[in-house]
Design a protein around this ligand. Sequence first.
Ligand code: SAH
Length: 213
Amino acid sequence: MKDTFKHKGLRQQLVQVVKAKGITNNSVLEAIGKIPRHLFMDSSFLDHAYQDKAFPIAADQTISQPYTVAFQTELMQIKRGDKVLEIGTGSGYQTAVLCELGAKVYSIERQQELFKKTSKFLPKLGYRAKKLIFGDGYKGMVEEAPFKSIIVTAGAPFVPKPLLAQLDIGGRLVIPVGDTVQTMTLFVRKGPKAFEKTEFGEFRFVPLLEDKN
Ligand code: SAH
């Protein structure tokens, strides 16, 4: 596992690209500038690690595009110490961004292979999520609720009710909703039964799979 000056230089260029696309949150930009994204990818894609693109990881899944990671993270408005839930651990890159921001991270992955690989890998880089579990993100993590924010990193055909129910009052759910194309959607919990919904642009994610195998 090597992180060279070349990688560091490419990473700073990536930060500029993401910034030029409209990301302004400095902590998010710093996290992207710090995390060795190439180490989260399969060797065949190493040369592409600092392009602003999604790439295949194991189990037919993808590591999200850095701009998308930054966009979603910015919407979460994380403060240090916030308890946050991630659905779709995948490569762990987004998990690492959340850790860099000082969040207490809980994350769920439904592909056994990725779950095992990423659970071993993240601590090697010094990223310690509070809990990584193998399970179904549609259910959230009821035993750890409520969360200050929840991020879904796969395309959801609909908004799972348990995720809304597991938000703190004032909490934020960032979720791409749709089948082939998704609309980035933010729900802010205003009260026990009141949610404010805001829609942003279109994104493309691998699907949030329903519990079947
Ligand atoms: N955050 C990841 C993105 C991975 S892609 C990263 O930065 O690499 C989306 C991930 O969601 C995949 O790993 C996929 O296996 C996972 N996923 C799909 N459906 C799921 C579900 N129902 N519950 C939990 N994870 C799910």
